[in-house]
Design a protein around this ligand. Structure first.
Ligand code: DGJ
Length: 364
């Protein structure tokens, strides 16, 4: 079978005819080949926890994906950080040109925990397809203050009040407690996350922190194995999840979601001319309706962002990647890939499209 279109929301077979199993994923382009890493889910509700590991697929055309197997396997060893039945979400892989290592980061909750640990796991490999070796997990930026908001955070008591947007009541009232200060010593919470490598090789982790109320954009150490202690707090009390980031024409763009568990909500987007801010939030970029479920922009076509992929050899070509979650039968989660269309004022839109191909972009 040779595929030559993207059909968002439809089952997407790999080279063996099996549905691609790489949820909450991200893509690395390395030496002309794309590698897609994502959560391998199993059937049923149990499939929302990690029973297998991080699955890897390879492609040179973005339509047809070869199964490269499990790049990072969960452990059978009792008490291991990534013991089978942990929560291992949103894995992303970057390549460090100085060390020659492939480095994977993911959101980790140890076995038996709910979402409260909110740690970051790191694994390393010599080959893009793995095997990745688990290194460590931690909460980022222990003991460090952000570049912005410092004065406010030194004050005992309050992080500024109120939360906005389409977000259900948080479990703790972040408006009344200084969550940042609470976590200063042990490190900041990091749930939904992505990685981004800038043109100069500096890498960043972008993660939902402070009980999901606020995003952090955090520089990684030169070897990409740790957080560097240089970070900003952004979109305070906006409860953004599912961050995806890309750079176009010197500007940084963010796509994210609100915070409604596995249910879809309206996408968010923002722009900055410096990754360390200031960031300016724009309106929901999505347009149109997914006829498969009737969901439009207020529900991101039934999906939640996970990554934005720059396409090699094409001019101004970026694909927005979303997951349709099926928490009752996790393995049946689907993917929405849609082209990003830019406007003259640098804003962008993402229109629903039943079937499309790369000819939508201009050849470079
Ligand atoms: C939404 C997040 O974006 C997902 O990665 C996952 O953590 C679910 N919440 C869990 O409810």
């Amino acid at each position: 079978m040779n595929l030559n279109t993207f059909e968002p929301g439809k089952e997407w077979p790999d080279n063996n005819g099996m549905a691609i199993n790489a949820h909450g994923g991200g893509i690395l382009l390395h030496e002309g080949t794309y590698y897609w890493y994502g959560e391998h889910k199993i059937e049923g509700e149990a499939g929302n926890r990690a029973h297998v590991g991080v699955h890897c697929y390879a492609s040179t055309d973005l339509y047809n994906w070869r199964d490269e197997g499990i790049a990072l396997a969960v452990s059978d060893e009792p008490g291991h950080d990534i013991e089978k039945d942990c929560i291992l979400e949103r894995p992303k892989v970057v390549f460090n040109t100085s060390t020659g290592k492939f480095v994977m980061w993911f959101h980790l909750e140890k076995k038996g925990c709910s979402y409260d640990h909110a740690g970051s796991g790191v694994a390393v490999a010599d080959c893009p397809t793995g095997p990745f070796e688990y290194r460590h997990s931690f909460r980022p930026n222990a003991g460090a203050y952000p570049r912005n908001d410092c004065e406010k955070l030194h004050r005992p008591g309050l992080v500024d009040g109120g939360f906005t947007g389409d977000t259900p009541q948080p479990r703790i009232n972040v408006a009344k407690s200084n969550v940042f200060a609470r976590d200063l010593e042990g490190g900041q919470m990091a749930r939904d996350m992505t990685l981004f490598v800038d043109d100069d090789g500096t890498a960043y982790q972008i993660y939902s922190s402070e009980e999901n109320s606020t995003l952090h954009i955090s520089q990684l150490s030169d070897d990409y194995l740790h957080s560097a202690g240089n970070f900003i707090r952004v979109f305070e009390n906006r409860y953004m999840e599912a961050p995806a980031i890309f750079k176009r024409d010197g500007y940084y763009y963010l796509i994210a979601s609100g915070c409604t568990s596995w249910d879809p909500n309206a996408a968010r987007c923002a722009i900055a001319d410096n990754i360390m801010g200031p960031w300016h939030e724009w309106e929901n970029p999505c347009r149109g309706v997914n006829p498969q479920n009737g969901f439009g922009p207020d529900k991101t076509f039934g999906g939640q962002s996970t990554f934005v992929l720059p396409v090699q050899g094409m001019d101004d070509a970026f694909i927005a990647l979303f997951d349709i979650w099926r928490p009752e039968n996790a393995i049946d989660g689907r993917y929405i890939w849609l082209p990003i269309e830019f406007n003259a004022d640098r804003s962008f839109n993402i229109h629903w499209n039943d079937a499309w191909d790369l000819s939508i972009f201009k050849q470079a």
